[in-house]
Design a protein around this ligand. Structure first.
Ligand SMILES: O=C(O)CCC(=O)C(=O)O
Length: 263
């Protein structure tokens, strides 16, 4: 089964959700000048990574704005959207939360980033998720992680063992560690034998230079990757049959020694 995706690499305006919805609307419209099955956005595209002041005025209460916006985009273009993540307030807690919307505009999944990026103190401000997420896009079993989550191979392995064949990684990954980003995404695709679509922020946001390098990786590790320019679209076509072929030719799922896995 062949599918087409557009990865929407962008530079969010710092702490400006309204301006960023406008930007995303323009990027989506550019992307949909050609037919696509799936659009993918980066981490915290609504605010940048991550405001620690005025959170109450910036946070999207219960994600209503993001959900309405993404649903409207998905319905307008009849396209699936893996909506990166947005800053959500629910009750008295803040979440770095992703929404997935299908072609008819229904929100089919949500995921809270599990591993807060402790060097930036993310875990002090955001409540970390405590579950993996699984959803179907055009019948393909999918899962996702957000940014720092990909440094935890046992967590991603769990999502693969739970059935994921197509995997999404929205991120706000700085340029200075962009080699880690590329290698980790490639490794997660190869070791789990799945397709990985990873979308990063790009450009200078609140003093940090984000690295772009949004990328698509096949189950055997072939990679297509953008450079660091802002607001670029990477169009990729991938074949989900490659996942089954890779899993048949190198049988890591059967050959695992679970008895040796305990940490
Ligand atoms: O792990 C890294 O180097 C970057 C992670 C990060 O910036 C994030 O999780 O938002």
């Amino acid at each position: 089964m062949k599918k087409k995706a557009a990865l929407l690499q962008m530079r969010p305006e710092w702490a400006s959700p309204k301006a960023n919805r406008k930007q995303v609307e323009q990027l989506v419209s550019r992307a949909m000048e050609e037919a696509e099955d799936i659009l993918v956005l980066p981490e915290l595209w609504d605010t940048g990574f991550f405001p620690s002041e005025n959170l109450d005025s910036l946070a999207d209460v219960d994600g209503c704005k993001a959900k309405n916006f993404l649903s409207e985009m998905a319905r307008r273009y009849r396209v699936n959207i893996v909506g990166g993540s947005v800053l959500v307030k629910e009750g008295s807690c803040y979440y770095n939360r992703a929404y997935v919307v299908n072609r008819s505009g229904q929100v089919t999944a949500e995921y809270d980033k599990v591993h807060g990026f402790s060097p930036a103190g993310e875990q002090k401000l955001f409540t970390g998720g405590n579950r993996t997420v699984h959803f179907l896009l055009d019948d393909i079993p999918c899962s996702m992680a957000i940014c720092y989550d990909i440094r935890f191979p046992e967590f991603i392995r769990r999502e693969a063992l739970e059935g994921a064949k197509l995997f999404f990684v929205p991120a706000a990954w700085p340029l200075r560690r962009i080699e880690h980003w590329k290698i980790l995404n490639q490794a997660r695709a190869i070791e789990n034998e799945m397709v990985v679509l990873a979308v990063n922020q790009a450009g200078l946001v609140n003093g940090t230079m984000y690295g772009g390098g949004s990328m698509a990786v096949t189950p055997l590790g072939s990679m297509r990757c953008l450079h660091e320019e802002e607001n670029q679209i990477l169009r990729v076509e991938f074949d989900m049959n490659e996942v089954d072929k890779a899993r048949q030719s190198i049988q890591v799922y059967q050959d695992r020694r679970i008895d040796m896995d305990r940490l």
